[in-house]
Design a protein around this ligand. Structure first.
Ligand code: NAD
Length: 478
């Protein structure tokens, strides 16, 4: 397949984001005979992909891009030209939650997808395989097919669903050795040919038994279901963590014991301040909406609960900070260590840190934030943004404009914690494990509080230093 009529096949990916960029870089690396062009309407993003300062931080990504860029990997804003020339078009545009109109707060906003599809129809002069790389509601391929076929004549479009399962922070590793690659296509001779073409690309480095082929709707739904199951595990362990704190059980011990059951397994059982990221909440809300539209309110409510527990976990954390510090943080300095939604990424979309910081600011704290990968601009933007309330306001009241004056961004953890009354650890960055906590303690007001939202510190060691420590799901300070 890689050579079609002795000509190199060309792949174009619309959307140079967290998924489009790394995925295409790995395809280019593993398929040197294929020309891969990643296009985006954002000039700034494309310029960054073409520079030494890639637009996203992902371990190992720089290396892969350096090996292929200019050889068979290109980044361009000339969207139409490269779509016109490509045989296979991946669409990896954002599919956020709708914020207004029908389905607001739950349904996926497919505006970007639709405009990409209309543009493909406008410029295409030859047959195309169009691959859904974005996470989309089940049955989206049907809508895309309609847009494409009603807007261009004589062109055969095959739509494939090829959802991406990479996790930010380990994207390159996940792409090199995926648990599975999922390809859904139409069960027609043309559909099967298209599936085979995409399979041939992945087969360059993924073992055959890991490439799964299904019908279109199974592939689309599997991605939503996988994210819902992953988030559900986090909400399950977080729900148990609340009970641990109430009873004296220790969530680390409980999770270990539960995970030892081979039917359950040990992964994704870390209690925390809550899950974040651009996908879990959005995809579950999308699932909830699809269930409601299909007359399945009980199923919708079941999945909704996963998000409610996540919101509860964040507000529980804020309440614990405030109540521990004598029921007020007004005028007190709280250091926030970590702002990204997880370690090894600079991504802050839906990070629990936003809600925690806003909760503390709402109680008139002054906060000083340090994250090794998140810029001051990003933090200020995130905190200033009004969060769309998907169901009802649970933890946040609108902040007064003066509250934002109480946000500082520090160069390192020591600057952030100097003169603080309390420290909140909100991202599990490795460097936080090795901090000199004695030095931090010495520079803080006493009693010095430490709230570990990711269970990264050695609680006993910190208590020996003198900290009053609260760690998610762990027995409280004696
Ligand atoms: P992103 O916001 O980082 O990137 C999307 C890019 O698409 C943006 O750069 C935007 O400018 C571009 N774009 C939008 N409309 C366009 C158009 N018409 N033409 C050209 N470019 C256009 O998003 P992301 O995190 O890469 O996610 C993309 C999709 O992949 C989403 O559906 C998401 O749910 C899914 N996904 C994300 C992850 C993840 O970890 N981030 C993992 C798996 C799946």
């Amino acid at each position: 397949f890689i050579y079609k009529e002795n000509k190199m096949v060309k792949i174009c990916c619309i959307g140079a984001g967290y998924v489009g960029g790394p995925t295409m870089a790995v395809i280019a690396l593993k398929c040197p005979a294929v020309e891969v062009v990643v296009v985006d309407i954002s000039v700034a993003r494309i310029n960054a992909w073409n520079s030494d300062q890639l637009p996203i931080y992902e371990p190992g990504l720089d290396d892969v891009v350096k090996q292929c860029r200019g050889r068979n990997l290109f980044f361009s804003t000339d969207v139409e030209k490269h779509v016109y020339e490509a045989n296979i078009i991946f669409v990896s545009v954002n599919t956020p939650t709708k914020t207004r109109g029908l389905g607001a707060g739950k349904a996926a906003d497919l505006t970007y997808w639709e405009s990409a599809a209309r543009m493909i129809a406008d410029v295409s002069k030859s047959d195309k395989i169009v691959v859904e790389k974005s996470t989309v509601p089940v049955k989206t391929a049907e809508a895309i097919e309609k847009i494409l076929t009603h807007n261009s004549k004589g062109i055969n479009y095959q739509i494939l669903s090829n959802p991406e399962f990479l996790a930010e922070g380990t994207a390159i590793q996940d792409l090199f050795k995926p648990d599975r690659v999922l390809i859904g296509g139409r069960e027609t001779p043309e559909g099967r040919k298209a599936v085979k073409a995409l399979k041939d690309v992945y087969a360059q480095w993924v073992p055959e038994e890991r490439i799964l082929t299904t019908n279109l709707w199974s592939a689309e739904l599997s991605k939503l279901a996988a994210n819902a199951f992953l988030a559900q595990r986090i909400s399950s362990v977080n729900a148990i963590s609340a009970l641990c704190e109430a009873t004296g059980a220790n969530i680390t011990e409980v999770a270990y014991s539960v995970g030892k059951d081979s039917r359950i397994g040990p992964k994704f059982l870390n209690a925390s301040v809550g899950f974040g990221g651009s996908c879990f909440q959005k995809d579950i809300l999308n699932l909830v909406y699809i269930c409601e539209c299909n007359g399945l309110p009980e199923v919708a409510n079941y999945w909704k609960q996963v998000i409610k527990i996540n919101d509860y976990q964040k507000s529980r954390f804020v309440n614990r900070v405030v109540s521990s510090m004598f029921n007020t943080v007004s005028g007190k300095k709280i250091a926030v260590l970590g702002f990204a939604f997880k370690k090894d990424t600079g991504d802050t979309r839906e990070t629990p840190a936003i809600d925690v910081c806003k909760g503390l600011l709402g109680d008139k704290a002054s906060i000083s934030i340090y994250d090794p990968q998140v810029t001051e601009d990003q933090i200020q933007r995130d905190l200033a943004m009004n969060k769309f309330d998907w169901d009802h306001p649970i933890h946040l009241q609108p902040l007064s404009p003066t509250a934002f004056r109480e946000v500082a961004v520090a160069w390192d953890a020591y600057e952030a914690t100097k003169g603080a009354h309390g420290v909140c650890i909100l991202t599990e960055w490795d460097e936080f494990k090795d901090l000199d906590f004695q030095k931090i303690y010495d520079s803080m007001h006493k009693p010095a509080f430490l709230f570990d939202g990711r269970n990264v510190v050695d609680v006993e060691k910190l208590r020996d230093i003198g900290f009053i420590v609260y760690a998610i799901g762990k027995p409280l300070d004696p």
